[in-house]
Design a protein around this ligand. Structure first.
Ligand SMILES: Cc1cc2nc3c(=O)[nH]c(=O)nc-3n(C[C@H](O)[C@H](O)[C@H](O)COP(=O)(O)OP(=O)(O)OC[C@H]3O[C@@H](n4cnc5c(N)ncnc54)[C@H](O)[C@@H]3O)c2cc1C
Length: 408
């Protein structure tokens, strides 16, 4: 947007974000399992801005008044100051890119009893928790309790759940069990729980079946057709039948739109995402665009709904920006076209699976392809170099199991 508006010296651009960094979420599961250092997937917005001309406000958007064209935000509520600065931004054009959040509405009290993986803090919390379980299990003499500490469940067999469970298995098998000599590796259970009859539902069957076989070969217990029907502090109930005791349930089953977006008085889908037209605008509000995970875009030629994935979230801004410039210039707008890309899924540090032109391949070489592909859409050479170094260090020296207490 900044580049496109350079010929308009009176234009001002403001980026509002609750974090002062850009987070590269596709590598979050590697942060949660010690493969990549926490800050290496976060790129400071001030560094990104450099000499570019846009204002940045670190603030949480509380509401958007579409009729008055206002964005209402609060600065730094997390500092818990007695008085937080709040503000209102007036806009001529607005781009909504607030993303989504993990859906924990399926069961009562779910949010209190599970971990989620959506932001950097979640990644740090999960990593610390996994290590803490081994610290506790190492000195635990009650075998029942020790088993409970060494049972790890990931709920949701989509991309996030699969990539995360494979990394957890590897973190435990290649790093943690080596350091905790009182822990019998046979006591460790890593489970993937999916309510549908297949993992990667909605993707090609072959890719799902290749991935499933790899996960099972890694020693992950995969439970298909198994909805979680209740969740407590130290246990979950599976399919209204058995209760499994455990200290770790990571919920990756479903996302919903950001609550600010979900509360807008416009048409939304069942996930709370705003429905946008072929030009990525909200119908009835021709100067408001929405993209990425908080928008529902249906390709008019194929009828396909764009999935909430990083590849599309980084492509959609091009059309939105071009349309803003075109509307300033009174030119006809451009339609966004959805082109399904190559399907790539990482299955731990040494293997990945790919689906390309109807072919399905997996193995170490595909993992290298995965690494290169994901580095390609990552922001900043500085972070790319740091991530590559982390990957090599973890591959040859194992992952770091330093337990960082982040409680205040
Ligand atoms: C663990 C994990 C793994 C994933 N792996 C893959 C993968 O391998 N491949 C793939 O294609 N996709 C993957 N995804 C999905 C991908 O990350 C998302 O599709 C993509 O990040 C969506 O981009 P976005 O800009 O729409 O939203 P986001 O990336 O979620 O960005 C939204 C931004 O808005 C900020 N924000 C939220 N609320 C407020 C507020 N009220 N006020 C101010 N700012 C706010 C957030 O801090 C964030 O910076 C993964 C997602 C997760 C969680």
């Amino acid at each position: 947007l900044e580049r496109a508006l350079r010929n308009y010296p009176s234009a001002t651009i403001t980026l509002v974000s609750d974090e002062n960094f850009f987070l590269y979420t596709p590598l979050l599961h590697e942060v949660a399992t010690g493969g990549v250092e926490t800050r290496h997937i976060a790129y400071p917005i001030r560094r990104l801005r450099g000499k570019r001309k846009f204002d940045f406000v670190q603030g949480e958007v509380l509401d958007i008044d579409l009729a008055k064209r206002e964005v209402i935000f609060e600065q730094a509520p997390w500092l818990h100051l007695e008085e937080t600065a709040s503000g209102v931004l007036h806009y001529d054009y607005l781009i909504l890119a607030l993303g989504g959040t993990t859906d924990t509405s399926q069961l009562p009290n779910l949010a209190e009893n599970i971990f989620t993986l959506k932001n950097l803090r979640d990644g740090m919390v999960i990593r610390n928790h996994l290590i803490r379980m081994f610290e506790l299990a190492d000195t635990e003499t009650d075998l029942k309790l020790q088993k409970q500490m060494l049972t790890f469940a990931v709920v949701g067999g989509g991309y996030t759940g699969i990539q995360l469970v494979a990394e957890i298995r590897s973190f435990i098998g290649r790093s943690l069990v080596k350091g905790y000599t009182n822990v019998d590796p046979a006591m460790v259970r890593v489970m993937l729980i999916e309510e549908k009859e297949t993992i990667l539902s909605g993707e090609e069957e072959e890719l799902a079946s290749v991935s499933l076989n790899i996960l099972m070969r890694q020693g992950i217990e995969v439970h298909l057709n198994t909805p979680v029907t209740r969740a407590w502090d130290h246990a979950i109930e599976l399919n209204h039948l058995g209760v499994e005791s455990m200290e770790t349930v990571i919920w990756t089953a479903g996302i919903v739109a950001n609550p600010v977006v979900a509360s807008l008085p416009v048409e939304k889908d069942e996930m709370g995402r705003v429905v946008v037209d072929q030009y990525q605008r909200i119908p009835g509000y021709s100067s408001v665009y929405a993209l990425g995970d908080n928008a529902r875009f249906t390709d008019s030629t194929t009828g396909t709904v764009v999935p909430p994935r990083a590849h599309y979230a980084v492509r959609q801004p091009k059309t939105a920006v071009s349309n803003i410039v075109r509307s300033i210039q009174d030119k006809p707008l451009k339609q966004y076209r959805y082109r399904p890309g190559v399907k790539l899924i990482s299955l731990g540090p040494r293997t990945a699976a790919i689906s390309i032109f109807g072919f399905h391949l997996s193995g170490f070489l595909i993992r290298i392809v995965w690494l290169i592909g994901y580095l390609g859409i990552m922001m900043g050479s500085y972070n790319r170099i740091r991530v590559v170094i982390d990957w090599f260090l973890a591959l040859f020296f194992g992952r770091d199991s330093t337990l960082l207490s982040i409680k205040r």
